[in-house]
Design a protein around this ligand. Structure first.
Ligand SMILES: [Zn+2]
Length: 199
């Protein structure tokens, strides 16, 4: 017996999410059918709103409702420092720490020869432009993940930025090899920033 079309479509939609196979998608689809009407409406609206109302900040690349984003327009932030991260969720992790008051730049990925991802495929051009246009930036702190791709990206950026007489540092100890910024706790992140080293 085949599933009725509405549920088959729902299963297909859930399967487009990362890490969701057909079994889980089927479970989620049936769960959704049992949910309260209001909750389902809220869920559907949240999906559409997240896609419609969020954009990438034209300055830093972070997700935002306004362009430029709240961090880029916040006059109280220290605009001598920029932390470079892989993903918007890394900005959230660092902000939760409440210890860093500088700016951010989101790459939306890392250099990965295996996946055929070169410098032009991630948000590097806008970083270079930003550094050229903003003389107040004195230090770029590279906070890509401690993976081979994250390290390679850090080295690439260091070589690219250093000739401009801007200090380039990398998050230090506390972050285990292969670990993601996203999952690090606040104390670990704080220590990693405090112990950052010039590269
Ligand atoms: Zn921004």
């Amino acid at each position: 017996m085949q599933y009725p079309e509405p549920i088959a479509k729902l299963i297909d939609s859930y399967m487009k999410l990362p890490g969701i196979g057909s079994k889980t998608a089927t479970r989620l689809a049936f769960f959704t059918i049992d949910m309260q009407d209001d909750d389902v409406t809220q869920f559907a609206k949240a999906l559409i709103a997240a896609k419609k109302d969020l954009h990438y900040c034209s300055v830093c690349g972070n997700i935002t409702e306004t362009d430029p984003c709240m961090v880029c327009t916040d006059k109280t932030r220290d605009n001598s420092q920029v932390i470079v991260v892989e993903q918007p969720k890394d900005v959230m992790s660092l902000e939760r720490m409440h210890e860093y008051h500088g700016l951010y730049h989101v790459l939306h990925g890392v250099l990965s020869p295996i996946e055929g991802k070169g410098p032009e495929d991630i948000n590097i051009t806008s970083l270079v432009k930003r550094l050229q246009q903003n003389e107040q930036i004195k230090e770029v702190i590279i906070a890509t993940n401690a993976t081979p791709e994250g390290e390679a990206t850090a080295m690439y950026l260091s070589r690219l930025i250093k000739p401009a007489q801007i200090k380039v540092t990398r998050l230090a100890h506390g972050l285990a090899v292969g670990s993601d910024i996203e999952y690090a706790d606040e104390m670990t992140l704080f220590k990693a920033i405090e112990g950052r080293q010039e590269i």
